[in-house]
Design a protein around this ligand. Structure first.
Ligand code: GAP
Length: 513
């Protein structure tokens, strides 16, 4: 099945099973805004717990905060967001649709990549086991020609984005003959800059009101509080501050479901280090964060680093952790060495000294910062994409199953009476009443047992417990495992110890040691 179709299925599965709903759906929705349903919120909370605990419990020198969404507007002047948090936009005069000029060009680069990949796959089939991909890439005229076009385009694009040079971006779109996917025409306007921050007014009367912004990242709340935390927590450098919270960006192009949203959630950690040591810490954080991702067991081949060649003026190293989504490798997390840019800017704009006093050297300095920044919603999407499977069974049927890591699954255990009579529902409730203090359980008595198993598979429940007539006499139940569909007869008294450890966040955290 084409990856596009797989993705469509994942999106509709998210809606059908209470994971993600379009916001304001009965009013025809609101672009790039989504609500999480009863299962989605559980999965999302588990992701956040996994991150939060990995940061604050596994590192003695990292603590958390929860800063307000509204902040003094000068913060965004100091951070550069008022002047430079822009995307280059372009309109098509025929369809009246708006696009990000950089995204149109990146899509064009991806088309060249796809073309090369198709050639490689065709050759692989033709040559079989003797196929040497590297040699083929070097010798195939067709591949060489496409690669040259691709590399030239990439070089022009990278140069145009410095600045950025808006005319150069438009010229690339014209030269590449990029057409609007809706109108099919090349009738483009000029490229213009568009600021992504949402603004609103704070204050009761028009005279006294102040323009404030919905924060476009949570990081600035950490920067402006770093000295409060350092002093009240008696933190010594190096130390980190973690935060999870909403961020808002007026994205021009809303695409790929919850991949690019206008209201989303970030999990950010700023790690404050002594000047000159930041490039020692940067690779350590790269490794720590990759380990966190890979502990989920999705396979190392589905992740890669994308080191930034061209750096923002305030950064001296930056990389993205990319995950293989059905629409290609995409950024899920950014790791940036941000120098002392943000803290210095806040010193300058606030006029207050926010230097760190080092008791060992008796010196004061502005710390340097390594930032790890991951989107909760993108993480959620990557997990759903990897977990979703339509599995062909031996009996010819297909089952839809979410192979979620047990610790992240919304429901850990479903308890089901085989029939709705003879005291079985009461026994099932009794079991839930024991287990519910330890993890999330669900009671289900409707429909055949096969249908109930399928319903639980579809939301990723790792364990199902079935109560039958024998249970009443032997105190045993059938425990069914989601991934293998194997069943085992176990004592009711053993259920908690069998399940609890495997579904706890601690089971994931232990893999990080
Ligand atoms: N403080 C640094 C910062 O905000 P970023 O690369 O702009 O860096 C970090 O964002 C992460 O936030 C991204 O890797 C992505 O996971 C998530 N993110 C950014 N924009 C998003 C959007 N519009 N929708 C969903 N997630 C987004």
């Amino acid at each position: 099945m084409a990856q596009e179709d797989v993705f469509k299925k994942i999106v509709s599965h998210c809606k059908e099973y209470g994971f993600v709903f379009p916001s304001s759906e009965i009013y025809d929705g609101l672009g790039a805004v989504y609500d999480y349903g009863q299962n989605g919120v559980e999965l999302k909370n588990n992701i956040k717990q996994y991150w939060w605990k990995a940061m604050t419990m596994l590192h003695e020198n990292i603590v958390g905060i929860d800063s307000a969404i509204f902040m003094h507007p000068t913060i965004w002047k100091a951070s550069g967001h008022v002047d430079a948090f822009n995307d280059p936009l372009i309109d098509n005069r025929d369809s009246k649709k708006r696009y990000r000029a950089d995204v149109l060009i990146e899509d064009q680069i991806a088309k060249y990549d796809e073309k090369i990949q198709k050639e490689v796959e065709k050759a692989r089939k033709r040559f079989g086991d003797s196929f040497d991909e590297a040699k083929y890439m070097e010798t195939s005229e067709r591949v060489k020609e496409t690669k040259e076009k691709r590399d030239n385009l990439h070089a022009r694009y990278a140069e145009a984005m410095q600045g950025p040079d808006l005319e150069a971006l438009k010229q690339i779109i014209l030269d590449e003959e990029i057409v609007d996917p809706i109108s099919g025409t090349k009738n483009w306007t000029d490229v213009r800059q568009f600021n992504l921050m949402f603004a609103t007014e704070m204050g009761a009367s028009a005279d006294a009101s102040m323009k404030v912004y919905l924060r476009p990242e949570t990081a600035q709340g950490i920067f402006v509080n770093y000295l409060n935390v350092q002093k009240t927590g008696r933190m010594k450098i190096p130390f980190g501050i973690a935060q999870i919270g909403k961020a808002f960006r007026n994205e021009i192009v809303a695409r790929q479901f919850i991949f690019r949203m206008r209201e989303f959630e970030q999990m950010e950690m700023q790690f404050f280090v002594a000047p000159g040591t930041e490039l020692e810490w940067f690779p350590k954080w790269k490794e720590t964060r990759m380990k966190w991702h890979q502990a989920l067991g999705f396979g190392a081949e589905n992740y890669r680093f994308h080191d930034h060649e061209k750096l923002a003026h305030y950064a001296n190293a930056a990389t993205d952790i990319e995950f293989k989504m059905p629409f290609g490798f995409k950024e899920v997390e950014g790791i940036h060495s941000r120098t002392n840019f943000d803290l210095s800017q806040h010193e300058k704009f606030s006029g207050k000294s926010i230097k760190y006093f080092d008791p060992q050297t008796n010196e004061s300095y502005t710390p340097y910062v390594i930032e790890t920044s991951i989107g909760v919603d993108r993480m959620f999407l990557s997990i759903m994409c990897h977990a979703f499977e339509e599995e062909k069974l031996e009996n010819g049927e297909t089952r839809t199953v979410l192979k979620l890591p047990a610790a992240l699954a919304p429901v850990k255990c479903a308890v089901m009476p085989l029939v709705k009579k003879d005291g079985l529902p009461e026994k099932a409730r009794e079991i839930i009443d024991q287990l519910k203090f330890h993890f999330n359980c669900q009671y289900d008595e409707k429909d055949s047992i096969g249908k109930r198993y399928r319903r639980q598979d579809a939301i990723g429940t790792p364990y199902c417990v079935t109560v039958d007539h024998d249970t009443l006499t032997d105190g045993k139940v059938t425990l069914r495992f989601r991934d293998t569909m194997e069943q085992e007869r176990v004592n009711i008294s053993d259920l908690n110890s069998i399940i609890e450890d495997k579904v706890s966040i601690a089971s994931l955290l232990k893999k990080l040691q």
